[in-house]
Design a protein around this ligand. Structure first.
Ligand code: BG6
Length: 295
């Protein structure tokens, strides 16, 4: 048995002979689906998500670049829409790699460069860049890795984030470990700087926090439900982790968030470099990645 890949006009999907599968929308190179061998979906995707290229996808793994949120005080990115243009641009499918010795893994590559951007986006952010995004499915894990290259003559600054929406059964029994004793910015409380207690993060209301985990990227951030670990996220060169759940009112206010009580079934744990700016000199490259292990 072999890895199966299908490549349509707007999507690419791949499945392993053992049954695991992924699906990626070329718009935003957004991972829409990640299923285990039994067909169980691991990502949350809104039933109201726009998948036709008119709006960033609500769910899956949208890619944030070159700005996290908006940055009115950062001149170079101040005109960009929330979370930048990568999630609103059509990417190119660059092909697959599979290992010949094993059919237990497949890697799909996607590219976006300044040349592919529409004129409007190019006007808002005039730098020359290349993005290479690799999505690797294994039997037990999903890895998403982004390489950002400065292909122009002047340096630029950026932020980036892998905005993963995890599917869970009930947010009230979810905890996130690995963020203990870590500094964070609380976006729900006037962007105050706070420090996590020595307990895991639990949810009882709207949550929107930018953590810089004290133990560093290689120490896993673990999402558990009812005391059992479900996902373990290991980061590479991405110092921050955003934790987000919109809860009742924010979900109600998002036109593409369906069903309206879907906030109970999702939690975002987003690996990124967002608490400061990364500077890329001419010709330099930055690589950041996350690997999500199923537990
Ligand atoms: C999170 C931010 O990463 O993304 C939140 O921390 C934001 O503040 C959320 O609300 C969703 O953003 P958007 O643009 O997809 O609605």
């Amino acid at each position: 048995a072999q890895v199966t890949i299908s490549h349509g006009n707007s999507r690419v999907s791949a499945s392993l002979p053992s049954g695991e599968s992924i699906e990626i929308l070329l718009y935003g190179a957004t991972v829409l689906s990640w299923k285990d061998a039994s067909g169980d979906e691991k990502l949350w995707l809104s039933e109201g998500a726009k998948l036709d290229g008119t709006k960033a996808v609500r769910g899956g793994i949208p890619l944030v670049f070159p700005v996290f949120g908006t940055a009115p005080d950062h001149e170079a990115t101040s005109k960009l829409p929330q979370h930048g243009f990568a999630r609103n641009s059509r990417w190119e499918f660059l092909g697959k790699s599979t290992s010949e010795s094993s059919s237990n893994s497949v890697k799909l590559d996607f590219g976006l460069s300044s040349e592919n951007l529409d004129e409007a986006a190019r006007q808002l952010w005039p730098y020359k860049f290349g993005l290479l995004y690799s999505v690797t499915l294994d039997r037990e894990s999903l890895k998403t890795a982004l390489v950002i290259t400065n292909e122009g003559d002047v340096p630029f600054e950026f932020q980036t984030l892998l905005h993963t929406y995890f599917r869970i059964k009930d947010i009230s029994s979810v905890q996130i470990a690995g963020l203990e004793d870590s500094p964070y910015v609380d976006k729900v409380d006037a962007a105050k700087a706070k420090t996590q207690s020595s307990d895991p993060v639990a949810f009882s209301g709207e949550t929107d926090r930018v953590y810089t985990p004290a133990k560093g990227p290689s120490h896993p951030v673990v999402i558990s439900e009812g005391g059992a670990a479900k996902f373990s996220i290991v980061r590479d060169n991405l110092d921050d982790v955003v934790v987000w759940n919109p809860w009742i009112d924010k979900a109600a206010g998002m036109g593409d968030f369906e069903p309206k009580d879907g906030w109970k079934n999702m939690v975002c744990a987003e690996a990124g470099a967002v608490s400061s700016w990364q500077k890329l000199e001419k010709g330099d490259a930055f690589e950041g990645a996350q690997t999500i292990y199923l537990k």
